[in-house]
Design a protein around this ligand. Sequence first.
Ligand code: HEM
Length: 405
Amino acid sequence: MAYDTPGEVDFVTGQPYQMWERARNECPVIHYERSGLDPRPSYHVTRFADAEHTLRDWETFSSSINAEVIGEYMGELILAMNGKEHRQYRNLVAKAFRASVLERWDTELVSPVVARLLDRIAPLGRADLVRDLTSKYPVQVICGVVGVPLEDHEQFHRWAEQINTGPLHPKEGHAASQAMRAYLEPIVAERRKNPTGDLISELVTAEVDGERLTDEKIYGFLRLLLPAGAETTFRVLGNCLYALLTHVDEMRRVVADRELVARVIEETLRWETSVTMVSRVAAVDTEVAGCPIAAGSPVNVVTGSANHDEQRWPDASEWRIDRPPQPHLAFGTGPHQCLGMHLARLELRVALNAVLDRLPNLRLDPDAPAPVIQGYAFRGPDALPVCFDPAPAAREPQTSGSSFA
Ligand code: HEM
């Protein structure tokens, strides 16, 4: 049976859900002779139960593959660790994401960032919510979380993008990796002397069983944060807004009853997550759903497909906020389950409520092209042109005294 190979699907504009639906029904583990530049045969796991099993069985399906390409640019990477090393490292960095820290981020960082961005567009009556809001907001939040001053956000973002595209442009990738480290070194040294409670302070002071993070692990983590935390959240926020704008009756319900915002978020994460697959490599000869997989083969767990498994969600391709809640795989599962998922949910909740509060009578712009959610491995709309009732400009938000902004 022929499926589009990963090399044939357009990475940016691809619409893979139909292909995955066929695979779930006919051949749930897709076997590719090769994918892109990688000459090894690879396997794509498409059903929920198989995906869940593969992500939980870390001894058979190793994460070490995540260091193969990007590790050279990012440094030591939590995403690529396994077993005891991963557990110890994760226990240390997880302290920086505990509930009390999140509460502080909410009031001192997340809400002021979204308010500042909406202040600019609320008086206009028209906006592109991707250009003006979603593409800026999680980046600014992560920069604030790291402690990067506002005036350096764009530079920091550029380095993160160059690191991420290092495999395609190695010279720029290595230079950006070094430059980001050089930029962060004095901040790390300062926080070691005088911790302020920001993320870097948490990372340099965290201790478990007398162990502290090495410098390489600290910089590896900081280099990962923008691609892991901003690119992902910005696209899901766009997908939530797209869902509301294209389901106007539901939008009316949500405007009137904000308890429903949490359902909008979970259903959108299931229906159109931003990261549709995560990578593993078979550590031993094994099989999934009866399909033999040789040791050393890349295994892609297609979480986007698993979240559309009709055995678990009837009419899975429809966005329905009244579905009975059930765990999905948008944040993965098992030992590597997303460390930032509570922050992501917080950002989504704050932004959706703020948009509904500040942009009354929000609707798609009838004079602009209809938006589309697109992409193969990363999905989101590249524009969301909208109209709303213009509001008088709000007073400047009081962020200047914040320790984050
Ligand atoms: C809606 C937004 C997000 C989505 C869809 C998402 C998705 C994921 C997924 C699928 C994984 C598992 C990767 C694997 O198993 O190999 C993961 C891991 C991770 N995510 Fe997220 N993420 C989001 C937001 C964030 C945020 C806001 C942060 C941090 C600020 C973050 C930090 C991380 C980290 C550090 C890991 C690695 C955990 C580990 O290896 O133990 N993510 N994320």
